[in-house]
Every structure is written in structure tokens, then in C-alpha cells.
Design a protein around this ligand. Structure first.
Ligand code: DAH
Length: 360
């Protein structure tokens, strides 16, 4: 049975020489497949005499069994080798630091953080949040706030105007959050207790001014609200916001068309090697404007100044963020530099709370 004897070493050599599973499969098909060499031998059994079949049957079946076993063994060996090769390329260096997951890499911008902090503080005092559009009418940004036409206070705002409409009126980018005082008084009846954080715009740019900046306005209207209430609110706010036991504040007379009397507020601080401390020292830093809402403003909103009175304030958010977190240049706030943000930003899941500490 020369075929069986010559075929066997030939096939076994091919099996041993197969370098991967695909090559081995080709050898299997060539031997055991439908028209494979071993299958061809098996087919010859059908045309044999019983005696021939008795002699050659075991030889040919033995060949088939040995080839099948050899292929199975080689397949296992190749699988093992492929796995070893993969594991070699996939080594894990356990000394490497753990990579942070996306929610840990992300950062909250200091302005967003400070808005969260101050809404938390004012919400605790019973204030709700009001909002208005960035694109405002001249009437709400100026006229209803008691800025007469042609009054020099209008010029001080470096306003960005849009092109005039056919009727001559001009829209503008709001220069302060104060128009939302008007919107609030027109929309709801006193008692009113709101804060209004938002974007504001003026044509101005240097280390402490950017054309877009943020303010938070406060407005309280009721029958007996007075400056004493306002001083307490602002003092409590500063203590909570700057996270100190005591802040010295100085209220200076000032002028705003929409308040009478008008005041500016400074907080006492000490500057020390680029660091700033609050509640001590001999420097004063201006942080906000405020006053009693002007009777004309109340009238413009349909409120009777003999029945209602109240106070308002406006504070620069970016300014207090720079103070609290020691950021020297305001322009960096809006440069969208991720290196800056990863240094000055806040972890997204560390929400500011009064109980847990505002700045974490
Ligand atoms: N709107 C003023 C500004 O941007 C700030 C301000 C002053 C707001 C006094 C007030 C206020 O509500 O009472 O300069």
C-alpha cells in the first residue's frame, strides 16, 4: 500500500510546517476535505473486494485517524503560540499612574464656579434667580433706569450698538445686568427678592477689562426694605463668599441714575507678595455699586414709590473670582487655554455647598 505509506509522512510534514491556523486549515482541506488525498483513498474502499477491504480498510482509516489527530495537536500548538505572541505585545506596566477618566479630567471654569457659589449663598438667604437677554433695548438698558436721553452717564458705558431699525430705535448689547431689574419689576409683584447673574458688554479691553464680562445684580423690593437690610445682606454675602469670619466694608457715596442714594462698597484687604487677604490690612478694594432704587425707576415699572421701596446692587463676578482665586489677568478667563483651565478650574463633581465648604 504505497499510497498510504508515502502520503502519511508527506501530510505530517505539511502539518508540522504550517505556520498559522490558516495554513493548517489548507493542509486539512488538502487531506481530509471532500476532494482531499486521504478522502480519495477512503473512496477506493467502495470498489474493493471484501478481502482487499479487510486488509486496506484499517490502513486507510488508521491514516485518517493519525492525520486528524496530528492536525488537532498542531492547531492547539498554533493557538497557544498566537496567544503568547499577543500577550507579549500587550504587557501592562503596573508602575504607570492610573489615567484619569473623562469626568475627572474635565474642569469647571472659575466664572461658572463663582456663579454656582454666589447663587448658593443668595438662595440660602431666600433669593431666586432672574435672567434677561444679552441683546437689549435702549429703553430697558438706559431710559427706564432713569438715564435721561443725552445724559453723560450713557457715554460712560462704552456701549456696543446694533444698526438702527427703520423706526430709528437701536438694540444694544446690555452694558450691565440692571435692565433685568426692570424686566423683573414689570413681570412680578413685590415682595421681590432676586439676583441676576449674567453676561454684560462694554467696548473696553486691558488687564482688568474685557469686552464681555459678568455681573450679578441684586434687587429687593418690599414695603419696608431699607439700607440697613442691604448692608447686612452684602456683609453676610462677603463673609460667606470669601470664607472668612469677618470682613470690614466701607460704604462710600457715589452716583448711579437708577439709585438714590447711591453707594460704592469697598472691602478691607491686605496685599502681601502678590497674595491678597480679606478682613484685615490697610488697603480697600472696590467690589460693587448699590443704592436705594430711585422713585423714577419704580414709577417706570408701574410701582407706587409711596407704597414700595427697595434696594439694588451690581457686582463684577469676574472681579470677585480673580480676588478669591488669585488670578491676575482677566483676559485669561476668556482665552480658552486648557492648560490655564486645568490649573484654575474646578473638579466637575465638587459642587459648592454651604455645608460642605464652597471652594472645596
Ligand atoms: N449697573 C451698575 C454698573 O454696571 C452697577 C450697579 C450700581 C447696579 C448700583 C445696581 C446699583 O443695581 O444699585 O456700573
Amino acid at each position: 500500500m504505497s499510497d498510504v505509506t508515502t502520503l502519511e509522512p508527506e501530510i505530517l510534514r505539511a502539518v508540522a510546517g504550517a505556520q498559522d491556523e490558516a495554513a493548517l486549515e489548507a493542509v486539512r482541506v488538502g487531506a481530509l476535505g471532500k476532494s482531499g488525498s486521504v478522502s480519495a483513498l477512503l473512496k477506493t474502499l467502495g470498489g474493493m473486494t471484501p478481502d482487499e477491504r479487510k486488509e486496506k480498510g484499517p490502513l486507510i482509516n488508521g491514516l485518517k485517524d493519525r492525520v486528524t489527530a496530528a492536525i488537532a495537536a498542531r492547531r492547539e500548538a498554533l493557538k497557544g503560540a498566537a496567544l503568547d505572541a499577543r500577550l507579549n505585545t500587550e504587557t501592562v506596566d503596573v508602575t504607570l499612574p492610573v489615567r484619569e477618566s473623562p469626568p475627572e479630567i474635565g474642569r469647571i471654569h472659575p466664572v461658572s464656579q463663582v456663579i454656582e457659589e454666589l447663587t448658593t449663598i443668595f438662595a440660602d438667604m431666600g433669593f431666586s434667580v432672574a435672567e434677561g437677554p444679552d441683546i437689549e433695548t435702549d429703553d430697558l438698558n438706559f431710559t427706564k433706569l432713569n438715564f435721561p436721553e443725552g445724559h453723560p452717564a450713557r457715554e460712560m458705558h462704552d456701549t456696543f450698538y446694533f444698526n438702527p431699525k427703520p423706526d430709528g430705535s437701536r438694540m444694544l448689547l446690555r452694558t450691565h445686568t440692571s435692565p433685568v431689574q426692570i424686566r423683573t419689576m414689570l413681570a412680578q409683584k413685590p415682595p421681590i427678592r432676586v439676583i441676576i447673574p449674567g453676561r454684560t458688554y462694554r467696548s473696553d479691553s486691558d488687564q482688568t477689562h474685557t469686552p464681555m464680562f459678568h455681573q450679578v445684580e441684586g434687587l429687593v423690593i418690599d414695603k419696608g426694605s431699607h439700607l440697613g437690610h442691604m448692608k447686612w445682606i452684602l456683609q453676610e454675602f462677603c463673609r460667606a463668599f470669601f470664607e472668612v469670619d469677618h470682613v470690614n466694608m466701607r460704604f462710600r457715596p457715589s452716583f448711579f441714575p437708577f439709585t438714590e442714594p447711591s453707594l460704592e462698597v469697598d472691602i478691607q484687604c491686605r496685599r502681601d507678595k502678590g497674595e491678597i487677604r480679606f478682613g484685615e490690612g490697610d488697603d480697600w478694594l472696590e467690589i460693587l455699586g448699590c443704592g436705594m432704587v430711585h422713585p423714577n425707576v419704580l414709577k417706570n415699572c408701574g410701582l407706587d414709590p409711596d407704597e414700595y421701596q427697595g434696594f439694588a446692587w451690581g457686582m463684577g463676578i469676574d472681579r470677585i473670582a480673580m480676588l478669591k482665586y488669585g488670578i491676575a489677568d482677566l483676559r485669561q478667563f476668556f482665552e480658552a487655554d486648557v492648560r490655564w483651565l486645568s490649573h484654575y478650574g474646578f473638579r466637575p463633581l465638587d459642587f459648592p455647598t454651604l455645608a460642605g465648604g464652597l471652594s472645596g
